[in-house]
Structures are given as C-alpha cells and as structure tokens.
Design a protein around this ligand. Sequence first.
Ligand code: ATP
Ligand code: MG
Length: 353
Amino acid sequence: MKQIILTGDRPTGRLHVGHYVGSLRERVRLQNTGTFDEIYIMIADAQALTDNAEHPEKVRQNIMQVALDYLACGIDPEKSTIFIQSMVPELTELTFYYMNLVTVSRVQRNPTVKAEIKQKNFEASIPLGFFCYPISQAADITAFHATVVPVGEDQEPMLEQTREIVRKFNEVYGETLTEPQILLANNRASMRLPGIDGKAKMSKSLGNCIYLADSPEEIKTKIMSMFTDPDHLRVQDPGKVEGNPVFTYLDAFSTDEHFAEFLPEYANLDELKAHYQRGGLGDVKVKKFLNNVMQSVLQPIRERRTYWEGRTDEVYEILKAGSAVAEKTAAKTLQEVRHAMKIDYFDENNLLK
Ligand code: ATP
Ligand code: MG
C-alpha cells in the first residue's frame, strides 16, 4: 500500500512554535526520510471560514503567511504538495456525502469541538459550517487516501471521526476509502504545547503564542514574562516542573547539545529539573536558558522566512501548482466515491444500468 501523508493548518494567523513541535517538525522529518509516496500539506482556508465568515480578509491574508512559515520550516515543494483547500472543490462534495453518515449527537460528543464552542463563546449560535468541520476534515484526509496524519493531540477526535466515516462508507458502499493513522509528536509536551500564559494550548485564537516569525527581541520579551510556578517565590524555594510552561517548553525544544552550548553546568534537562525541584535555582536563569534554546531553534527558520518573503510571486506559483496537483488527486477519489455510491449516472450510461 502507498504511504501517503495529509495534514494542514488553518490560515487564521501566522504559525507558532506549538505548530512547529506538534506537527511541522515531524512533517519535515518525514518528508526528508523519503519513505512516503505522496505528501499533501493543506492550507485549510475553507475550514478557517467556518468560524471567520465575517473576516474573509483575515483568512485570505494569512494564506501567504502560513505558506511562508511552511517554507521557512523546511517543507520542500519538490517533495511535498502544498495546496489551498478551497481551490479543491471536490473536498466540499465529499463532505456533503459524508455528512449523511454521521449523526448530530456524534459531533456534539467530539471533545475538541466542545472545547472550541466554549472557547469561541458560540453558545446557542454555532455556525452549522463550523459544527460540520470534523466531517470536512474527513473529506480532506480521505480525498488523498492518506495513511498517516501528523498532527497535535487536539486532532485525535477528528481522526477517530474520520476512521468511523471510512468504516461506515466502506460497509455501506463497498471498500473504497483508506483508514488513516494519527501520528503524534514523540513527547507529551510537543503534542499540546501550552500558551505563554500557561493556558492548556498555545493557539492563534487565544493570542498566547510565540510565532515562528517573531523577532529575537519579541521572543525574549515573551519568554522573560512567562508564567512559571506561582509558589516558587524565592530562589531557595523548591519549585514545581509539572504544569510549569517554562519546563514544558524545555521538554519540547531543548536537547543535550543545547545544554553543552548554553548551560554546561548541567548535562541535561533531568539535572536542571532536579535542581529546580530541590530549590536554589531561580526562574530567571531557567528562562535565560530557554531563550537561548528558542533563539537557536528559531533563527534559521526566521532567516529562511526572510528569504521567501522576498519571493512571494514564487510562493504564489508553488500554491497554484500544488492546488492543481491536489485537485487532480481529489477528483479521482471523488470519482471512486460516486462510483461506489452508484451516483456516477453519466459515466458509461450508468443510469440506464
Ligand atoms: P486556531 O486557533 O485557529 O484553531 P491553532 O493554533 O489551533 O489555530 P490549527 O491550524 O488549528 O492551529 O492547527 C494546526 C496544527 O497544529 C494541528 O495539527 C494542531 O493539532 C497543531 N497544533 C495547534 N496548536 C498546537 C499546540 N499548542 N501544540 C501542539 N500542536 C498544536
Ligand atoms: Mg485549531
């Protein structure tokens, strides 16, 4: 069986370091292993419009920003197809058929949808399109027969929903769609990076982000003002590392090489944590180290971004060509779906059969 990746991001803002550790870093690694037959990376503008219907300009502007972030992180358009969701209208038609295979109460039970409805204060006025976005995600994934979907932990319920749709579709209409596997980052901290405010998730919509495009000064200011252990008042006090975002970020980003370079008095993160827990280690020192780590991770990304910012017409061509490739693949799947459902009426006089 072909190994195919599909993943993506909503153009609701520039990408942040949560996206990087949760999904982007893994995508680039997988891309460069060369073991995947096809890789599709989608800028999910149609999904972004489900909760931004009144701000289409915001979504439009951020398409280029997200594309620049991809290229900055090392997504290579020679190896990965980058495309814009709404430029592949076949995805919408697939969504429409899949919606019949899912109940309202099933979507209501989706914990990510629940959390987002609460976070966005939709209360009784949930846009129907927003409510259906897990189904449109199933269309995005299955249109490419994706086998692997590298995403953050908040996407787990979406993958489960997709697998259910695939099973149901294949059961009702015959074996057609491919069941995808989720691929989560290999450490807890990276699966759901908290915000700099200590909130459970760094999220564009919450404004608690360090962006990939932030300047060195912005990164430093954000890190130095980060939330830590509120009970760690004096340097000599024992501190907590669980739930302390500074340590969570170190879990996600720091390597032993960073210790050797910036904080050689500790061999690794375990030693630093042990000292913090014993007491005698101040927050400022830990934050300064985190700042050095983040600066060294983000500097090459920022430099590549600057390179591409001067070449947006090339980026435009990448998106246009990628969308054409993606549409071709999705059209083939849509044809398979219509055939399985026996609604391909005018192919080979099928309506007469
Ligand atoms: P929005 O607030 O508009 O939903 P977002 O910050 O949640 O934006 P998405 O575009 O919804 O970003 O998510 C893109 C990808 O990044 C998904 O795979 C998601 O799981 C992952 N991701 C988003 N936030 C984090 C995070 N804080 N930690 C790890 N992964 C994340
Ligand atoms: Mg999100």
